[in-house]
Structure formats: C-alpha cells, structure tokens
Design a binder for this molecule. Structure first.
Ligand code: B12
Length: 456
C-alpha cells in the first residue's frame, strides 16, 4: 500500500536591509505604524497547494533560521532588498535547500535573479506556484515560471494566522483591486501589472471584510481607478461600520458623490500621490492625471469629509531646483496636510523612467540596496545629487519635528475624530520620528541647512 506523502514544508522569507533587520524575534527596529501589511507573503502562501505547511518570516520582525527544515524556500523581492535576498538564497542553497525567488525585482530582472535560485517566478504567485510545486514534487523543477496578471475572481482568502499579529499596526490588510490604469513613468506598479487594472467581485470582498476587525487597510494601488466599482464597494461596505485607510488618486476630490460614499463607508485616511507642485514635472513623468489640479482645494474637500490626507511627493524631477523643498513645506503647512512621504525619484528597473535614464546615461549606481526612495542613484538636472538627498531628508525632518507634529495633531482635531488621531494619525507621525533616528536623517538635514539656498 502506498504511504501518504508528507505535507510540503514551505519557508517564505520577506528580507530587509541591515538597517531594519530585527536582531531577535519580536524585537523590530522600526515603528509598528510602519509595518502595516504582509499581503504579499499571505497571497504567496495562499497560492501554495492545500495542505502545505507554511512558515512566514518577516526579517523586520525576526531573524531567519537557516536550519529550518524546509522542502522549499521562497523569497519575496522588491529592488532594495534584492541584495539581502540573494545572500539568504545563496546560504540556503549552500545548505542544500531548493530556493524560489519572486516579486517585483525578479519579474523585471529574471536573469539576474536566476543566478541565486533554483527557480524564478515572473509575475503573480497565483499564476505560477501550483505548476512549480507540481514540477518540484515530480523532480522536474524548471528554472523559470511566467504568469500573466491573474483573474481576481475566486482569489483565496489570505490566512492571517500565519502572521505574528502584534508586530503590525493591523494584521487586517485587504485588497479589492490590483494595478492602476495610469502609466506614471516612475511607478513599478503600473509596469508590473502592465497597466491592467483588475477588481475582485464586490461580494467576495464583502465576505472577507466580515471576518476582519473594525480597522482596516485597503492595500490597493488606486482604489477608485474604476469609479463605478468603487461606488458599489463603498455602498455595500457602509452597513459593516468599518474604519479604513487606503491610497487613491487625487481625482476622488473632484467627485463629491464618490467622496461622500467613501466617508460613509468608513474611510478615515487616504494616501494621495501628489508627486509634485509643478505641472511641467507631472507632464514630463507621465502623471498627466494630476495636471491642473487644485491640490489645496482637494485637501480641503477631503478634510471636510473627515478624511486625513497622507501626501506623497517625489523630488528630483528635472524641473526641481534646491528651492523645491521649502516651497513644498510651505504648501504642506498652509494646507494642513496630515502626513508626508517625501521620496527621492528612483529609476526602478522595469519602469519607463529607468529605460529613459539609462538611455540618457544618468544612472549613477546599480547597488540595489540604495533603491529605497532615500538615496540618489541618478544624476539630477536642477541640483546636485547631494543637495537632492539632503533636501529630501531636510523636508522630512522639518515636517516631523516634535513641535510641528503636535501642532498638526492639534489642528487635525477640527476635522478628524479622536479615535482616528489616536489610532492612525499620531502613530504614523511619531513612527516617522523613530524612523529618522534609525536612518540618521537629521545629520543629512543639517548638511542641507549648512549649504542652504537663500531664504531657507
Ligand atoms: C505594503 C507595502 C510595503 C510594506 C510591507 C511590505 C511587505 N514586506 O509585505 C512596508 C511598509 C514595510 C513597505 C516598505 C517599503 N516599500 Co513597499 N510597498 C507596499 C505596497 C504598497 C503593497 C504591497 C502589497 O501588499 N502588495 C499586494 C501583493 C498581493 O502584491 P505583490 O507584492 O506584487 O505580490 C505578488 C507578486 O509580486 C508575486 N510575488 C511576490 N513575492 C513573491 C515570492 C514568490 C516566491 C513568488 C512565487 C511570487 C511572489 O506574487 C504576489 C501575489 O500575487 C507596494 C505597492 C504594491 N502595489 O505592491 C509597495 C512597494 C512594493 N514598496 C516599494 C518600496 C520602494 C518600499 C520601500 C523600499 C521604500 C518605502 N519607503 O516605501 C520600503 C522599504 C522597507 C524598509 N524597511 O525601509 C515599491 C517597490 C518598488 C521596487 N521595484 O522595488 C512598491 C512597489 C511601491 C511603489 N509604487 O514604488 N512596503
């Protein structure tokens, strides 16, 4: 009689940089407010055949155990953590384990990744892993598996019990849609999903939400990309009485009905990619959808709906000179923006921006560890690379200074509820202060002030 095959043991690692690596289990270095989703790992785990025994390791939260008796080791790569992922992969392979790499970076640079893996997955795990496991168990693993963006109907519900829940501001991250129809040249998401915007059936999303807590993060790239879908989703969500944050384009402010539905469904905060205050920059990098928009009015409308605004700005576009940081700080202050993510323009492999900069011979570093939104890896036009890096740090340090943060929180009491301030806004703002200490942002900011442009 044939014995039952033992369950496959799958170790799935989310690597991080040395700066953020937890030295001991449960002792992360960064703030909990900045760890809000492990949906990547959860969806990869959910793509494994039923019965697989999966163990997730988030290096932000616990160290990797190289002695773990895994049949298969999977690693999830962005670009900034690719060097660390390769180190881990090499070590597991040295110990005789079979290693699979997937995620953004291997999708864009599969040949590079192949040097560190037994198999590379290009695209979403839902489209590759079942064939890979079948081949692995039959002893004929292929070096590469490629998937088209998958149909989101019937997507398995992530098993959040795999997470060390207390390490995250909420374990309840969820996705209703994937991708974004816009083609901003610097964005990895549009390149990865090849501009294909896909939505899950609203019924399936609502069923999943019923099993989750009250406070949620929608990990969508642009939740309102299809306004008709968003309207239906928000309408169906209202009776569930959830509180949620997400990200979407600034267009939501132009659609009073949609904004009202979002607020009624429990939306309390949105990350909005403003990217730049300059129309020329927006046009040059393909962010046409933001052109000629009145950002001040957009922020005011979101606040009037009881929604906090977490603004994303990108610096180093060709039209940016050293004065851009002061001008942006003034805009943020005058318009009472509630949180800021200021990033240095980064030409990620696979994006049109990368191809363009490559053609122009402007890429100055291929050390992927520096592709973290804080370092400058290309030659800017309007200022030196040093000024760009230091100016970005200066803006963050100023925006998140203790006094400014308290003043911002006090002002937000006029339009956000105390619960939203306590659970979302304050942790996010103070989390940035901790982050700055780990990264050493203050030192860079002082350098910017020392060489300050006139009028700082
Ligand atoms: C949540 C999130 C985070 C979280 C958690 C990440 C995590 N460990 O899970 C946090 C906040 C920690 C984070 C941090 C950063 N992030 Co981030 N993050 C995201 C975000 C918004 C959502 C990720 C997600 O849940 N996606 C949903 C899942 C379902 O999709 P997915 O990740 O693509 O996974 C699928 C496939 O890629 C594939 N796959 C992935 N891994 C594997 C592994 C195997 C083995 C297989 C087979 C397949 C596979 O299958 C998955 C399921 O379909 C994305 C944007 C995005 N849309 O992905 C940015 C994004 C991934 N982040 C990005 C960046 C740059 C960063 C930072 C480096 C910089 C920053 N400040 O944001 C930091 C670095 C961390 C640090 N310690 O400093 C970039 C990466 C660009 C790139 N090319 O590398 C993205 C794309 C944002 C952007 N638009 O630029 N991030």
């Amino acid at each position: 009689m044939e014995g039952r095959r033992p369950a496959l043991r799958f170790l799935l690692v989310s690597p991080t940089s040395p700066l953020w690596r937890a030295r001991a289990a449960g002792r992360p270095r960064g703030a909990r407010s900045h760890r809000f989703s492990m949906l990547t790992s959860l969806y990869v785990a959910a793509s494994m055949p039923p019965g697989t025994r999966t163990r997730l390791v988030d290096e932000d939260v616990e160290p990797v155990d190289f002695d773990f008796p895994a049949d298969l080791v999977g690693l999830s790569l962005m670009t900034y953590n690719a060097p660390r992922a390769y180190e881990i992969a090499d070590e597991f392979r040295r110990r005789g384990r079979t290693v699979v790499l997937g995620g953004y970076h291997p999708t864009f640079l599969p040949d590079e990744a192949a040097a560190h893996a037994d198999a590379v997955c290009v695209g979403e795990a839902e489209g590759t892993l079942s064939a890979l496991v079948r081949d692995f168990e039959a002893g004929r693993l292929q070096p590469r598996y490629v998937a088209e963006p998958v149909d989101l109907r019937g997507l398995p519900v992530p098993d959040r019990r795999l997470l060390r829940r207390s390490a995250y501001i909420t374990p309840d991250a969820v996705q209703a849609t994937r991708g974004c129809p816009w083609a901003c040249s610097f964005c990895s998401v549009s390149a990865f999903a090849r501009r294909r915007f896909r939505a899950r059936p609203v019924d399936e999303v609502i069923d999943e939400l019923r099993g989750l807590g009250r406070w949620l993060v929608f990990m969508d790239d642009n939740l309102i990309a299809d306004p008709g879908y968003a309207r239906e989703l928000f309408t169906r969500m209202a009776p569930l009485r959830k509180r949620w944050v997400s990200q979407c384009s600034v267009r939501i402010a132009d659609d009073p009905e949609l904004l009202d539905l979002a607020a009624r469904s429990g939306c309390v905060g949105l990350f909005v990619g403003f990217e730049s205050l300059s129309d020329d920059n927006l046009a040059a990098w393909g962010k046409g959808l933001n052109r000629h928009r009145d950002y001040a009015r957009a922020v005011a409308r979101l606040h009037a709906a009881g929604i906090g605004v977490y603004a994303g700005f990108v610096f180093g576009m060709d039209g940016d000179g050293p004065d851009v940081f002061v001008r942006t700080l003034r805009f943020l202050d005058e318009n009472r923006v509630d949180a800021l993510q200021a990033t240095v323009l980064t030409p990620f492999p696979g994006t049109p921006l990368h191809a363009e900069m490559e053609r122009q011979g402007r890429i100055t570093s291929r050390d992927w560890a520096l592709y973290d939104f804080g370092h400058v890896v290309f030659e800017p036009r309007g200022m030196s690379a040093e000024t760009l890096g230091a100016g970005n740090a200066w803006l963050h340090t100023r925006f998140y200074s203790r006094a400014t943060t308290w003043r911002r929180i006090a002002r937000a009491c006029g339009y956000l509820s105390p619960a939203v301030i306590a659970r979302v806004m304050a942790p996010l703002n103070f989390g940035y202060r901790l982050r700055h200490r780990v990264v050493g942002t203050d030192e860079l900011a002082r350098r910017f002030e020392a060489e300050a442009p006139a009028g700082l």
